[in-house]
Design a protein around this ligand. Structure first.
Ligand code: GTP
Length: 406
């Protein structure tokens, strides 16, 4: 493909080398006439110098010259980095094949025979200039492309590295978030635990009790089931503290808390520390009578601990007074949750008033009570509580049972 004439003529100088001034003039003339810029050189040495000083876009080179001939001039042009890529066209009257082959082997791109034909010379120059310019453009595009590929590869590597870094960061972040979440969950759990439990005994605290008590009351109301509560208070605990010290008092509270908790292990049952030396037990699905049995077992178990209490006016050991109240909320619209609790509390203080170390129930003739606490019919949920009580030990416990008027 021959390029546009303007592109060819503006590409640069054409160096014309010939030791015949006539030939030189002729060539310079036809080139200039065609719009090219032509530079003459009268011998090989001058041609080399001119080409190195300002590389032309093409060289038209005579072979047979005085001094350095065209072959040698071409050889030197091709061994110089600066001039090696300039297309060389030999112009010669040596038309034998051997001379042509030698010229091509030295790196010439074409050959024009003398005497020169202006049109042929111009056509060959246009062809080789086009080829050379296109080749240079291709080389430039190639090197630009190579540069672009290099940059893309570099960017790709950088992208890959930052992707890997990002993955590592995000994995690390994920791990940190997980760790923090776990720590936060754990801290929250501890906080909830702290907010719901008494630090000394590990039992539920008053706050937790209030919450559960309301829930259980509403459940019993919905299910028309019984609900009971026991209030328990250590007798003469001030005297215990005064006698054995506060630390021993703490240890005593822990032992009593354990004993109470051991008697309220069924699902839904809750033991809480209600105040200093006061405890409360929620017994869902347990009738008042059976709650009395639980209270009596607690009282007996604390007694069985036989914790010495030398200054107690009640007994030489630590004892408990307990008040019990139970209801079926659905059948008892007159009372609400706080009424039932207040009732248990009132009975606790009646138990205190009547000598301590006993369980207080609402007034019922002893005989009736004795029958009521015997084997029961009805709710199977109560039966396990029935099994915990027998007529044999009933007689010994009755002395610790108080009946009072409502
Ligand atoms: N060691 C210890 N003592 C406590 C704690 N909480 C409350 N107390 C003590 O429990 C005692 C309760 O005394 P009181 O309310 O007078 O009752 P009490 O001496 O048990 O007499 P009654 O209840 O009428 O039998 C006080 O001396 C409180 O200091 C505690 O966490 N640890």
């Amino acid at each position: 493909m021959i390029l546009d004439h303007n592109q060819l003529t503006s590409a640069g100088d054409i160096l014309v080398v010939d030791d015949s001034p006539e030939n030189l003039r002729f060539l310079v003339e036809i080139l200039t006439h065609s719009g090219y810029r032509a530079r003459p050189a009268i011998n090989g040495e001058l041609a080399l110098r001119s080409a190195q000083l300002k590389p032309p876009v093409l060289i038209l080179l005579d072979i047979r010259m005085h001094g350095m001939d065209g072959f040698e001039t071409c050889r030197r042009l091709k061994e110089n980095e600066q001039t090696r890529d300039i297309p060389v066209i030999f112009a010669s009257s040596m038309t034998d094949t051997e001379a042509k082959i030698k010229g091509f082997k030295l790196g010439a791109v074409d050959y024009v025979a003398k005497p020169l034909n202006a049109q042929e010379v111009l056509l060959r120059i246009a062809t080789h200039l086009s080829l050379s310019i296109t080749q240079r453009q291709l080389q430039t595009m190639n090197s630009l492309l190579r540069e672009a590929i290099k940059r893309a590869e570099y960017a790709n590597r950088a992208l890959l590295a930052s992707e890997q870094q990002l993955t590592a960061y995000s994995k690390n972040l994920e791990r940190l978030v997980l760790e923090r979440t776990r720590e936060l969950d754990e801290a929250n759990r501890k906080l909830t635990d702290l907010s719901e439990h008494d630090a000394l005994t590990g039992l539920a605290n008053r706050r937790k009790f209030d919450e559960v008590w309301q829930v259980e009351w509403l459940r019993a109301l919905r299910q028309n089931s019984p609900l009971s509560v026991i209030m328990a208070d250590i007798d003469d605990f001030k005297a215990y503290n005064d006698c054995y010290g506060h630390q021993a008092g703490d240890a005593c509270l822990q032992k009593v808390a354990c004993a109470i908790e051991a008697q309220a292990q069924r699902s839904g049952e809750l033991v809480a520390r209600y105040g200093g030396e006061e405890f409360v037990v929620i017994l869902p699905n347990v009738t008042e009578t059976n709650a009395w049995r639980v209270a009596e077992s607690i009282r007996a178990d604390v007694e069985a601990l036989a914790i010495p209490h030398a200054h107690s006016p009640t007994a030489p050991i630590v004892t408990l007074s307990l008040g019990v109240a139970g209801s079926i909320p659905g059948l008892d619209p007159e009372r609400d949750a706080s009424d039932l609790l207040a009732e248990a509390d009132k009975r606790l203080y009646l138990a205190k008033e009547h000598g301590r170390n006993q369980v207080a129930l609402p007034f019922r003739p002893v005989a009736t009570l004795f029958q009521r606490v015997g084997p029961l019919e009805g709710n199977p949920a109560d039966r396990s509580r029935d099994g915990a009580f027998s007529h044999a030990n009933h007689a010994s416990k009755i002395s610790n049972m108080l009946t009072v008027c409502k």
